[in-house]
Design a protein around this ligand. Structure first.
Ligand code: ADP
Ligand code: MG
Length: 237
């Protein structure tokens, strides 16, 4: 599902958090929203998800105006940095949860959960509890749970932010691989330029509620559109 954000504006009180942002995201792409803390990345993501309403402007999903559509009706899965798993449920039960509340058939749920455990390479750990998994494994469970209902769009807000550098690196490679298998349109927020450049097909550079530039890692690096992009993308070492 493609995403089109058109002239979106958002204030919090007198603070201008998103300043006339327009953005097109192609179906099946893997896009990073990159920018420093406070640049409006989460706010933009939350508006795409329907968790926040724009003051003005519109958001289209597959060409249809979804600006006023409810979160549930957008066909979106999301994972946030601190989006906790249910501690008292096993991994299998955690992944099954969104299917249970949609009253899917038990046989379908069992099948889908096994499929997802395979996909996130956690087969054999289905009967464990979240506390018995590493941080990286838990985030993979969170991703499996977000994918359970076969969303058309996956939104990830700093999904690896709380993890240590080594695990983050593993998860980057893994997210890339997952995307190659599932092809769901994915938008992820990060303030880490290396993470964005390594994982994303397209990078949206944000600063003070505006989009500075959209491009591939090579495009941003070779022809930065502004001094901000130049300094933020910086020479990668
Ligand atoms: P980022 O994710 O890039 O760090 P955010 O989108 O979270 O940035 O926030 C952008 C700005 O908007 C920040 O200065 C933040 O304090 C402010 N902001 C975000 N959400 C709210 C809110 N619900 N109420 C007031 N201010 C907010
Ligand atoms: Mg944020």
């Amino acid at each position: 599902m493609g995403i089109s954000v058109q002239n979106v504006d958002k204030h919090f009180g007198s603070f201008h958090a998103i300043d006339n942002v327009s953005l097109n995201i192609e179906t099946g792409s893997l896009v990073a929203l990159l920018g420093p803390s406070g640049s409006g990345k989460s706010t933009l993501l939350r508006m795409i998800a329907g968790l926040e309403q724009p003051d003005s402007g519109e958001i289209f999903l597959t060409g249809e105006n979804a600006t006023y559509r409810s979160v549930q009706d957008r066909g979106i899965g999301f994972v946030f940095q601190h989006y906790a798993l249910f501690k008292h449920l096993t991994i299998r039960q955690n992944i099954a949860f969104p299917l249970e509340i949609r009253k899917a058939k038990p046989s379908q749920i069992r099948h889908r959960v096994e499929e997802l455990l395979n996909l996130v390479q956690l087969r054999g750990l289905g009967d464990r509890y979240p506390s018995q998994l590493s941080g990286g494994q838990r985030q993979r469970v969170a991703l499996a749970r977000a994918l359970a209902v076969q969303p058309k769009v996956l939104l990830l807000d700093e999904p690896f932010g709380a993890l240590d550098a080594k695990v983050r690196k593993e998860l980057r490679t893994w997210l890339r691989k997952l995307h190659n298998e599932v092809h769901v349109t994915t938008v992820f927020v990060t303030h880490d330029q290396e993470e964005a450049m390594e994982v994303a097909d397209q990078i949206v550079v944000m600063n003070e509620g505006r989009i500075e530039q959209v491009g591939s890692a090579a495009e941003l690096y070779d022809s930065p559109a502004s001094p901000f992009v130049m300094s933020f993308i910086g020479p990668v070492n």
